[in-house]
Each structure stands twice: as C-alpha cells, then as structure tokens.
Design a protein around this ligand. Structure first.
Ligand code: SAH
Length: 387
C-alpha cells in the first residue's frame, strides 16, 4: 500500500487525525488522490490508514489506527455504529445528525436524517469518490425513501471538488411535516438552507427558552424561528424575529401559524435593523448569525462582525436583560468569542453575568483531540442591574 511518512512532532502524534502538507516527510509508492494510504512514523511504524488528497492543505485524514480499506463492509459498520450512538443518546430519527465526519470515523461525511429522508454531504475527495458505496450501505441499513445530495458547501473547493446538489436515491421529497422538540415544522430539503434544519441548535432552542417567560424577545438571524418559537411556547410576552432570507421568514411565518405561537417576523439585515430599535425595547436578545469566517484569514472580519452585533444588542437591552449569543465559526474559539463579548461589554459600559454556556447537540460529537470537530459555541449573559 502506498503511503506517507509523517514528520516527527506532527499533530497526529498528539492525537489529532489530520496530516498537513508541511508535516509530510516523504511519500512512498506513489499514492494517488482519493486513495487509502498507510501512515508511518519516522521509525517506519504504521500509525494507521488515511484518505489522501495532495490537492488539499490537509493531505491525509486518518480514519483507522489499523490497516483498513474503504469497502462496503466498512461503511456498513461505521454507519451502523453512528446510528447506535444516536439511539443510545436518545436522539430521535425524526430529526438528527446521523453522521458527523471524523467524530463518527468518516472524515468529510455528514448525514442528516429526517425520518425516511437522508441528506448527504461528502466534503473530502475520497468520500466523494465512494458516494456509491455510501449510498448502498445507507439503503441496506435504513431503507430510506430518499437520499438528497447537498454538496453545495464551499468547503469542497479546498478538496478540488465542484459544488452540486441532486438526488442520490429516490425522488426529490416534497416539503414534509416534521416535529422537532415539540414544535411542528415544514421542511423542504430541496430548497432549504444548509441541510434543511439547524439540528445543532435544537437543544439550545429549549435551553434558551427556559429563560424567556415574561420577556420581550428578539430572535435575530432567526431562520425558521427555532429560538423564537420555543421562547413563545415557554411564555415570552412577545417575540420579534428577523432574518435576511425571504424564504426563511416565509417558513417562519408558516411555523408560527401551524403552532399557534404568535411571532412578529421581518425580512431585514440584522446589522442595520439593530441600530433602529429603541433603548430598553427588549429584555432578551438572541443572536445566531451564520459563520462569518470560512478561513483563518477572515477571522479578524468575523470578530469585527461579532463585536458590532454584541455592542448594538447590549445598547438596546434593558438592565436585567438577557443576551444569548452564538458563533458557528470554526476559527473562532470559545475563548476568542468570550473575549469578544467582554470587549463589547466594556465599550457598551455594561456589566455582564454569565448564566449558561452552549455547545452543539450530542449528535454532533466533539473529539477533544480534534478541535475542528467543535464549531458551535454560545453564552447566555445577563446585563447586571446598573450599580
Ligand atoms: N437561529 C436559526 C439558525 C440561524 S442560521 C435556528 O436556530 O434555526 C443563520 C441565519 O442568518 C440564516 O437563516 C441566514 O439567512 C441569516 N442571515 C445571514 N446574514 C444575515 C443578515 N445580515 N441579517 C439577517 N439575517 C442574516
């Protein structure tokens, strides 16, 4: 088997699963893009099997510590284990992330499940080349009605892959009803943003709603209204929800009617709209923006974006008000994000108390040795009464 020898002190010797281009000492046996390769240390000891793509900065991603091929049996085993994990965690098949990439031993594979409908992304060359095997294993294990391919992520470009969407199995599902954490949604997997629903936030919708009773809530970057709907259900006195996407707001309005939960939706740019509210207009603001930084280079811009919305939110919150704020940017760490909030509070001349921390739901497991597997973080803060 072809492979690479990894430089001493590379991150893979500290538990990480990736080998970066600059960590390769030498290649042997002429490995080909997309191939399964052997990883060796500088003493010629095998340290596992990886998928290879010399076009990417991340040239190898280990998926096994043993000698292992990517065949049908492998996919059946790993997918079966992923499903078992979710069963054990009690996350219902009606709406769950079934596979979260490296955290499920399938680097670059993301699968969301909505009952009989699966949504697949293959973000690495090797997994993209094996879509057929993945599909066969999924059909055998889960007998889905449909498998939608949502390979429109820009992340694919780093692997030299084009962006595309389509059907891998069955017919394009029409919009269908889905109950998620006690709220009725209509999901449209063909047109919906991302993969239909922000499953990573389901738990946080409930957690955040636990503080909403009697408060005037602003759900900014609301998408279909997940936070606002749960907040209203939990007794918020009013909910105002904003998103720049017309289709998201249309879905949000439909959800609000279907659940008999009154919410005032508006299509607007949050950055502009936050400036127009009056002081003390809200006692609870939820900020859940899209990722501002796809790359490390864009980190500064991302932090500037967060600072701006934090500052504006803190200015319009009344004393005793709450701010729930989230970042799904890979390159913004939990401590960067808290530092950003800290700086905004200093500029806004407000003291904050930290009430809760948020992360991604358990069906998006985090590997402590692979910080990239964690992307969603959030904090719930209370604006201290003026003292
Ligand atoms: N809170 C949602 C998920 C939000 S995802 C949930 O829990 O389900 C981020 C959302 O921000 C997307 O719906 C996107 O349409 C919206 N968005 C992106 N840029 C925006 C902007 N400048 N102003 C308002 N909404 C924006």
């Amino acid at each position: 088997m072809a492979g690479i020898v990894v430089q001493p002190r590379a991150r893979i010797f500290h538990g990480h699963e990736w080998v970066f281009a600059y960590e390769v000492k030498k290649a042997f046996g002429n490995p080909q893009p997309g191939e399964v390769i052997a990883l060796k240390d500088f003493k010629d000891r095998r340290i596992g099997s990886a998928i290879y793509n010399p076009q990417s900065q991340i040239v190898a991603r280990r998926f096994s510590r043993r000698k292992q091929d990517l065949d049908g049996d492998f996919f059946l085993r790993r997918l079966g284990l992923a499903a078992e994990t979710r069963e054990r965690l009690g996350i219902p098949a009606e709406a769950r992330r079934l596979v979260w990439s490296e955290s499920d031993g399938l680097p670059g594979v993301i699968i969301d499940q909505f009952g009989p409908h699966l949504v697949l992304q293959t973000l690495t060359l090797a997994m993209d080349q094996r879509k057929g095997l993945l599909k066969e294993a999924l059909v055998e294990l889960f007998q889905p009605e449909s498998i939608v391919e949502r390979n429109d992520s820009t992340i694919r470009e780093a692997e030299g892959l084009e962006r595309l969407t389509g059907m891998l199995h069955g017919e394009t599902p029409p919009p269908f009803h889905c109950e998620i954490a006690g709220i009725h949604y209509t999901l449209d997997l063909a047109d919906g943003q991302k993969t239909g629903f922000y499953l990573d936030q389901v738990e946080n919708h409930l957690k955040a709603a636990g503080h909403a009773r009697g408060r005037r809530v602003l759900d900014a970057f609301c998408n279909q209204g997940g936070f606002g709907l749960q907040a209203k259900k939990a007794g918020a006195s009013s909910v105002f929800a904003i998103d720049s996407s017309e289709s998201a707001v249309a879905a949000g309005r439909a959800n609000s009617m279907a659940n008999l939960l009154e919410i005032d939706f508006e299509v607007a740019n949050v950055f502009d709209r936050l400036r127009q509210f009056e002081e003390d207009q809200f006692d609870y603001i939820i900020l859940d923006p899209p990722t501002f930084s796809r790359s490390r280079k864009a980190l500064k811009d991302a932090l500037r974006g967060y600072k701006e919305i934090h500052l504006r939110a803190l200015r319009i919150l009344k004393p005793g008000g709450l701010l729930a704020t989230f970042s799904c940017s890979h390159h913004v760490s939990r401590s960067d994000f808290l530092q950003n909030i800290r700086e905004a509070s200093v500029d806004a001349k407000r003291s904050l108390r930290l009430l809760e921390t948020f992360g991604q739901r358990l069906d998006h497991p985090v590997l402590p040795t692979l910080p990239e597997s964690e992307y969603l973080k959030g904090f719930l803060l209370e604006v201290c009464p003026s003292w």
